[in-house]
Design a protein around this ligand. Structure first.
Ligand SMILES: Nc1ncnc2c1ncn2[C@@H]1O[C@H](COP(=O)(O)OP(=O)(O)OP(=O)(O)O)[C@@H](O)[C@H]1O
Ligand SMILES: [Mg+2]
Length: 398
């Protein structure tokens, strides 16, 4: 393997100052010394990023992702360790960074291009493409101080990719762009990947990271907690989030309780992996220590990144038992699972008939994976309609 970026035992320290020099007296009393704490934003980070690969950095807010990108881009200097970068690097790190407020979009493109090492002639030849990709034809001669956040990102990204870098660093600011622009960026990433560029992305969109990246590092309080294939590391991260929310996830008054929730295959066996198109049953096992009149049972399904899928409940289907008592279960049968590949969470709740009182509820009662198996592949979104196509030609005009 040829490494594009080698990060070796990197640590970065920030100083947190407790007080500004608010008053002259205060400053004099401290005799010019300022008081600060040291804080390690990165600690002994070692990562090798292979040339031509797409690498993801994930972790909670404040875990050190942006700090690490800035160290790679040489905007910050690590306090310990080394970083070697092989190739021309282009970075999109902070909203509006590198833009001059008073200058127009056009002037900023030239300024940025020059900083990234392009000649005026180079920029001339790419200018139209940059503006076109950014979709900013109308605003090219307005000062960027009047741009919206999304417009900044469009221009920044467009410049960053059009200088033909070998290595592209992108902090999560792309999320500021609208849906159309994000889609365009996704396509662009695919092109850059095919062209053998090395890409490092920071994002909280775990499903995108899983989809785009070859390898991922999970940072936790400035340390690498997990490093490896995208799927494994994304799962580690989500497992952590899952455990946290599971601890806080139970609610309700408790007269009837959810014992467990399971996903069953067509033979009635519990599964944690399902196929697109498979017949499955969601089963909620309950226990009521007193008769409960007309309870309402509900499931709510989300993809792991929070995208809602559906939330059926017995009440809305007109399925209203007079009463339930003791142990029992509720089955929700799905003849053909329409979900595309991904990981999904099921929340459940049992409420009273008026749906004003919750007896029991769990935010993460069940997690399962869906795998795509065979059939034509659909890659966008959450579901397949399972449709079929017809194309008819040579018809008389109607
Ligand atoms: N200039 C700075 N001075 C002091 N502390 C800083 C500075 N920049 C970042 N930090 C601190 O370093 C830690 C790591 O910050 P960083 O911005 O790298 O996190 P992040 O993983 O990018 O988080 P987010 O997901 O919120 O973008 C945080 O605790 C942050 O408060
Ligand atoms: Mg950040």
């Amino acid at each position: 393997m040829t490494a594009a970026i080698v990060i070796e035992d990197v640590s970065k320290r920030y100083r947190l100052y407790h007080e500004r020099n608010q008053t002259l007296k205060g400053a004099l009393m401290r005799r010019g010394r300022s008081r600060y704490d040291e804080f390690w934003a990165l600690r002994d980070v070692s990562i090798e990023i292979e040339e031509g690969s797409t690498f993801g950095l994930i972790g909670e807010n404040g875990s050190g992702k942006s700090t690490l990108l800035k160290c790679i881009a040489r905007i910050l200097r690590p306090d310990a360790g080394r970083i070697a970068v092989a190739g021309k690097l282009s970075a999109l790190l902070e909203l509006g960074a590198g833009f001059h407020q008073e200058l127009t979009g056009r002037e900023n493109v030239y300024l940025n291009g020059a900083i990234l090492g392009l000649s005026k002639k180079d920029i001339d030849s790419r200018f139209d493409e940059i503006i076109d990709f950014a979709g900013l034809e109308q605003f090219v001669d307005s000062p960027v101080k009047n741009y919206s956040s999304g417009m900044y990102v469009r221009l920044g990204f467009s410049v960053a990719i059009n200088v033909e870098p070998d290595i592209l660093l992108i902090d999560e600011i792309l999320a500021v762009g609208d849906a159309e622009f994000q889609y365009k960026c996704e396509r662009k990433f695919e092109d850059l990947k095919k062209a053998g560029k090395t890409i490092v992305i920071v994002s909280h969109a775990i499903e995108s990271i899983r989809q785009f990246c070859d390898r991922v590092a999970l940072l936790d309080h400035g340390r690498v907690r997990s490093l490896g294939p995208a799927n494994d590391v994304a799962s580690d991260y989500l497992e952590g989030v899952h455990l946290k929310s599971r601890e806080e996830s139970r609610s309700g008054s408790g007269e009837i309780q959810i014992q467990r929730v399971v996903l069953l295959d067509e033979a009635g066996n519990p599964i944690t992996r399902a196929r697109t198109g498979q017949p499955v049953t969601f089963r909620l096992v309950f226990s009521a220590n007193q008769p409960i009149e007309q309870p309402c049972f509900g499931f709510s399904l989300r993809r792991i990144d929070g995208v809602g899928v559906t939330a059926p409940n017995t009440h809305d289907y007109g399925v209203i038992p007079d009463k339930v008592e003791g142990h029992g279960h509720v089955d929700y049968r799905v003849p053909s699972l329409p979900l595309l590949a991904g990981t999904y969470d099921v929340a459940v709740s049992i409420e009273d008939q008026a749906r004003t009182l919750q007896y029991d509820g769990r935010v993460v009662a069940l997690r399962f994976d869906v795998e795509w198996q065979g059939g034509p592949s659909e890659w966008l979104g959450v579901v397949t309609f399972g449709g079929s196509w017809d194309i008819v030609d040579n018809e008389p005009p109607s």
